[in-house]
Design a binder for this molecule. Sequence first.
Ligand code: ADP
Ligand code: ZN
Length: 618
Amino acid sequence: MAQSVRKLFDIDSGALSNPLNVLRRVWGYPEFRGMQGEVIRSVIARRDTLVLFPTGKGKSLCYQLPALCMKGTAVVVSPLVALMRDQVEELKELGVVAGALWSEQSPSEAAEVKGLLRSGELKLLYVTPERIAAGGLASMAGSDGLSLVAVDEAHCISFWGSNFRKDYLALGRLKEMYPGVPIVALTATADPHTRKDIVRLLNIPDSEVFVDSFDRKNISYEIIPRSNPKDQLLDFLKRHEGESGIVYCLSRKKVEQTVEWLNEEGIRAKHYHAKLDPALKAANQDAFRMEEGLCLVATVAFGMGINKPNVRYVAHLDLPASIESYYQETGRAGRDGLPAEALMLFGMQDIVQRGRMIDEGDATDQVKRIERAKLNALVGICETTGCRRQSILGHFGEYHAGRCGNCDTCTKPMETWDGTEAAIKALAAVYRTGERFGVGHVIDVLTGKLTEKTRRFGHIDLAVFGAGKEFNAANWQSIYRQLLALQLIRVEHDEFGALKLQASAATVFKRERTVTLRRDRSMTRSQQRQENTSSYSSRSGLSERDREIFEALRLTRLAISKELGVAPYVVFPDTTLIAFATRRPSTPDEMLGIQGVGRTKLERYGSLFLDALELALR
Ligand code: ADP
Ligand code: ZN
């Protein structure tokens, strides 16, 4: 154990062999979360270790804490410079000697980091994959050498995941280059295929594997048909005034339009997509990190490397690509463990569009088949009448008993009805029009709409024309989506989204099965709106007074963060400020007992926050 760490945290060498002591002294956290303790023991015992935790469970600690307990310098491979800098900043705030090396760094900064590496003072060194592949780090390190190599976002090594990075392949040589140094691979992508790839490509066949539950209990899920997207989004954002969040759109154009009208509505929003001018892109990403209460509207190009812990909401205005992407994107909310909300709007059009994107893509037929199956699985989750969390986790192979109490189908149970007659009409309309038309036209036929197309094709003479007037077009949309989820129909993407009957439709025609449908939510929207206006304070359980104090402390934090040029959450996360507001410590000792207050932060900021508290309590 390096002398410097011992001195810094006032820990005697006995205490250093106890990871829990280090957690409490340095991070100020009372306990390990989930499997962290076990992982850390495995790493300290110098075993290769694979860590599969969902976002927000605290993967970083799994290598940061062992780095402090072990001799030598830990090397952390990270795919993004922004991410590296963020983590180094946070570690420095905790009083840990950490640095990063990357190619565009200023020579003086690089020289300083190298100096600390040589002297052995550096406990954690963050590098890009190219840098570690270039070699030489072990010989540069001090006499204790390297303690461990951590590979963050390890799924980037696999072709399978959506984030394959060629430069990660070079990491296959780590075992050869640094023999005897334990490798810790970490990822939030759990599918078996990716997992196998990581073990094989990193050459760690005997690694200890830790898989934590993928359930993110603090995130509530709501998935609703898109009826009036502007109002639906505004209702949602009103519940999050003063908080930060992400709104995902499918296209660049929609990102830009959405930002424009949000700004017109007086909501502070900025945009982000792959084609944005690089300087603006960086500025907007930085603003999201540093500021509070900003809505970032983006394509999926945004997100990797964002480890802001207090993202309070994620909204999808369009159907995501798969359940995996949905879970990854919504997982960016609520890393701090406080309540966070995920909203998705979707419609039949999305399903058609996604299907077309798959078909027109240049993937092989086999991959396209997998992608189509993934799309169907996602539609199934959108249309389920059961607990969303149960079906999402089920998709990842994890059992959940359901009735989570924190998804829309649990909190506002879906009313169901016997939709057999409606299903027969809907299927008949598809059949009678020759299985050649998209959902819009088929609904025009059912509702008896006189259009150029219904006339031209002679559909006004069909028995099904106008046979479905008891429902409006939106209701029929919902019925068709559910028939799709029940796999009674499918969308033929090659033929401009024509609906086709599946073989199983015959059993419905013959009345051999009943079709249970859920009541369309759009019918009961105004009532819902009233229920949904709960504010942040009631959701996180803060009283009016505590909320005021919390706001005052946030201002103090903002001032400090501006002064130091670091993100507010680097000073203290929201969880700590909330604990200050509710427990109202009046001495440094009382403060030290609070989650997130380690020795170094107490020394740096303790008195500032004690003063702020005293002032707020007057
Ligand atoms: P991941 O990389 O798995 O998404 P992080 O390592 O970024 O998660 O951790 C998420 C948040 O949880 C961070 O703000 C971190 O400080 C906090 N955290 C990690 N471990 C603990 C713990 N044992 N107790 C309290 N908070 C923790
Ligand atoms: Zn539920």
